[in-house]
Design a protein around this ligand. Structure first.
Ligand code: XMP
Length: 512
């Protein structure tokens, strides 16, 4: 792998993703990891990430100079660039020339391997207080900026290079190009990390782990469990049984997608449990959001447990598939083995006599890679590109108590919003587009010649990178107009459409 050493800013995950977009496998490691341990991973290269500290601050993370004598190519970025300069006896000074944001980079001479053939002046993203004022011996300086006399350097003999700016962010126009130059031309790595290779590797690993034992998977209708199951199925075929608990809280067409399209595309053995009656009964009259979540989670485990027991009665089941992704692994401390399951599909809550070992084929992957693999495995496009959807489903998008009639109203309105968003070609520019029914609110309207007393519906399109923060999407007014007209014309009970223009924070993405 290429190791991305995390110096504690937000940048390490982004760098790791960019490396993978260059078709090179990468892993994030903490800066506290001893050099010997890093080298034991046999890295093809090491990238030192940016970080919040100043290299001269007390307790600022340092780089062990042993890292540079091991023959492994190293690329320093921002803080990593400065830490590298210090470790190799260059000079870093507090010049007082801080740079934050878009900055002009001036290439010096030929630009070396990293910057050769790129524009002499280019826009890069900077974020630094200190600056490298003298490169270590053996390095060629290839660029500077107004606040950073040494903004890029390289030592091709030792295969070491670094840049003061952030090549991983989109604001650095040629950033990905520069990163690729390091990976391919300085480190000499082949771009072989592709969907097909990932699939082959995972299939082999799953076979080795599972052997001839039986495997169980809970499909939620979401991307992660769908792709995880498809991978496991490719590896061990009918040793896998999937259980799909239809809780009756999905959007229009989604249960059918799992039951028909997904099965047709994969050939997976699917046990469908229609539990919608049970969920609706358990949710009857409940209006408190946390209560709704708890009920859905509890009922899900009961129903899934029942299905698992029935399968166990036929033949022992040894493994359970989980769609855990790499960001979950990194955020839980890069943990070894123990699963970190965040949705209500937390089947870790199953009783002790149903103990499964976990199979987590997506543990090393980012979301966009999971989507690509899903597409390569032939899963339906609408499923692979689906927006995130909460485990408790539409129950937390009806403000008020849940019943069949209200679900039908919300499904009809939601389908129109989704259809129009897709028709406008904006699926990918929107992170999520909740449609929320204010079921206990009524307002007066006029339709035809008559007075109506109907419900408002809320459109909540948001843009986001990770759902931690979000902004309301500035959808074109014509699109909102079209959705509004269609909903009020086609869904009898709705006589008012409103748009939520709150960012997160302070608002959450969902209304409950
Ligand atoms: P909020 O509303 O907190 O949502 O901004 C952040 C992201 O999480 C999703 N979400 C959930 N997902 N179970 C889930 O599996 C839940 O109970 C749940 N609540 C919110 C939400 O759709 C958004 O993507």
């Amino acid at each position: 792998p290429v190791l991305v050493v995390d110096f504690g800013a937000q940048y390490a995950q982004l760098i790791a993703r960019r490396v993978r977009e260059a078709h090179v496998y990468s892993e994030i490691v903490p800066h506290s990891m001893p050099v010997a341990e890093m080298l034991a991973k046999r890295p093809a290269a090491i990238i030192l990430s940016g970080g919040p500290s100043s290299v001269y601050e007390d307790g600022a993370p340092q780089v062990d100079p042993a890292l540079f004598g091991a023959g492994v190519p190293v690329f320093g970025i921002c803080y990593g660039f400065q830490a590298m300069a210090v470790a190799l006896q260059g000079e870093v000074s507090h010049t007082g020339l801080r740079e934050f944001g878009g900055t002009q980079l001036s290439v010096t001479g030929e630009g070396g391997v990293l910057l050769r053939d790129l524009p002499e002046e280019q826009s890069v993203w900077m974020s630094h207080g200190d600056s490298v004022t003298a490169a270590p011996a053996g390095f060629t300086v290839t660029a500077g900026s107004p606040g950073a006399p040494v903004a890029a350097f390289e030592d091709l003999d030792r295969r070491l290079a670094g840049v003061q700016f952030h090549p991983e962010v989109a604001h650095t126009v040629h950033g990905q190009h520069i990163l690729k130059r390091f990976l391919y031309d300085v480190a000499g790595i082949e771009p072989t990390w592709t969907s097909n290779n990932i699939i082959d590797e995972q299939v082999e690993a799953i076979r080795a782990r599972v052997g001839n034992k039986r495997v169980l998977c809970a499909l939620s209708g979401g991307v992660d469990s769908a792709v995880a199951a498809a991978l496991v199925h490719k590896a061990v075929g009918d040793q896998l049984t999937c259980v799909f608990v239809d809780h009756g809280l999905l959007r229009a067409g989604e249960a059918e997608q799992v039951e028909k399209d997904y099965v047709a595309a994969t050939g997976i053995t699917l046990k469908v449990v229609d539990a919608s009656r049970r969920f609706l009964d358990a949710l009857a009259g409940v209006t408190d959001p946390e209560q709704k979540r708890k009920i859905v989670g509890r009922e899900f485990i009961r129903v899934f447990e029942q299905a698992a027991r029935e399968l166990e009665a036929e033949d022992h089941v040894e493994f359970l598939v989980q769609g855990t992704l790499y960001p979950d692994v990194v955020e839980s401390g890069g943990g070894t083995g123990t699963a970190n399951i965040k949705s209500h599909h937390n089947v870790g809550g199953l009783p002790d006599d149903l103990k499964f070992q976990l199979v987590e084929p997506l543990r090393t992957l980012f979301k966009d890679e999971v989507r690509q693999i899903g597409a390569a495995l032939g899963l339906p496009e609408e499923m692979v590109m689906r927006h995130p959807f909460p485990g408790p489903g539409l129950s937390i998008r009806i403000i008020g108590a849940i019943n069949e009639e209200r679900l039908a109203i919300l499904r009809a309105a939601d389908l129109i919003a989704r259809e129009e968003l897709t028709a406008a070609g904006l699926d990918r520019s929107v992170w999520q587009f909740p449609v929320v029914l204010l079921a206990d609110v009524r307002s007066v309207g006029v339709q035809g010649d008559g007075r109506t007393y109907g419900h408002p519906i809320v459109l909540r399109p948001v843009s986001s990178d990770d759902a931690m923060t979000a902004d309301w999407s500035r959808l074109p007014h014509e699109l909102i107009a079209k959705i509004s007209t269609r909903i009020t014309n086609e869904v009898r009970e709705i006589n008012r459409v409103v748009v939520d223009v709150t960012s997160k924070p302070p608002g959450t993405i969902e209304w409950e």
